[in-house]
Design a protein around this ligand. Structure first.
Ligand SMILES: Nc1ncnc2c1ncn2[C@@H]1O[C@H](COP(=O)(O)OP(=O)(O)OP(=O)(O)O)[C@@H](O)[C@H]1O
Ligand SMILES: [Mg+2]
Length: 270
């Protein structure tokens, strides 16, 4: 390899089975992967293919039935609450439904203050904390003065999405998992949010894992693409390999769902 790329997150035979007997669902089925530092990975698959289940295992919100997760070369250990909290400094998520990510009884100030405290800023002066929160809100085009004293449910969907990115700005995790982060907002703010995430990646060098149905988005933003079908990775590689030269019929079918966009790219890239 010409340049040295460090593996940030690795999975070995990672598996999740829900239920027992006839009710059994193998949601994630022995997947292997290596995500590198600073790269953008997309995991693409149809509804029910196991994407969110995999994301939850990566985050430590669901226990794998089988297999292991390795973080920065070491087997992940999140056996205690303390270790879990330590792990969450490194990996953060933006979920499909931003409402589910906040404690609705916490005002926005305390959502952001929590982030500063988590990053060891508990002892900072109040002025310094306000400065940091103002900067983070500014990064996502929100005005801190207008948000202070509000509750998350008093924000619009788009504002809430941006508040989530402001949290990431303060937390500066090594890995950001974005599970369909743009599904509930219009195309224009969708592009803005993608831009913000890309800029954030440049600034703090984080790995971004996008989870999406949208193979067009995956092609546009990713270094690597993993295609998921019935809990398995059926194909993976660089975005060009997987999307311009798919080997699997399933990948081909996902691409054919967006024929027009694909043809445009085809012309400009081949
Ligand atoms: N808590 C659970 N208990 C039982 N089955 C579950 C649970 N969570 C998910 N499943 C099942 O696991 C499979 C994968 O679900 P998952 O939510 O991971 O899919 P997904 O790829 O994220 O789909 P979508 O694109 O619709 O979000 C589905 O068959 C689902 O019904
Ligand atoms: Mg999902």
């Amino acid at each position: 390899m010409a340049e040295e790329r460090k593996v940030c997150l690795r999975g070995s035979k990672l598996t999740k089975v829900f239920g027992l007997g006839r009710q059994k669902t193998v949601a994630v089925d022995h997947v292997d992967f290596s995500f590198y530092e600073g790269e953008i990975v997309s995991i693409v698959g149809e509804s029910g293919s196991g994407k969110t289940t995999l994301a939850k295992m990566l985050l430590g919100l669901l226990n794998p039935t089988e297999g292991e997760v390795y973080f920065q070369g070491k087997k992940r250990d999140i056996g205690t609450h303390k270790k879990k909290k330590e792990y969450w400094k490194n990996i953060q998520a933006i979920f499909q439904d931003p409402f589910s990510s906040y404690n609705i009884f916490h005002k926005i100030d305390s959502v952001l203050l929590d982030c500063i405290n988590m990053r060891g800023g508990r002892k900072f002066s109040h002025t310094k904390k306000v400065e940091m929160m103002t900067e983070a809100c500014g990064f996502v085009n929100l005005k801190f003065e207008e948000l202070t004293n509000k509750y998350p449910f008093e924000l619009s969907g788009g504002q809430m999405q941006r508040l989530m990115i402001a949290r990431i700005f303060l937390l500066k995790p090594k890995i950001l998992l974005a599970d369909e982060p743009t599904s509930m907002i219009d195309a224009c703010s969708r592009a803005t949010i993608l831009d913000m995430l890309m800029q954030l990646r440049k600034e703090i060098g984080m790995t971004i894992i996008f989870i999406t149905h949208d193979i067009g988005l995956a092609y546009y933003v990713s270094d690597s693409v993993y295609i998921m079908e019935h809990g398995k990775f059926v194909e993976s590689g660089t975005a060009d390999e997987v999307i311009l030269h798919p080997q699997e019929a399933y990948t081909q079918r996902l691409i054919n769902d967006v024929p027009k966009i694909y043809e445009e790219w085809d012309l400009s890239t081949v």
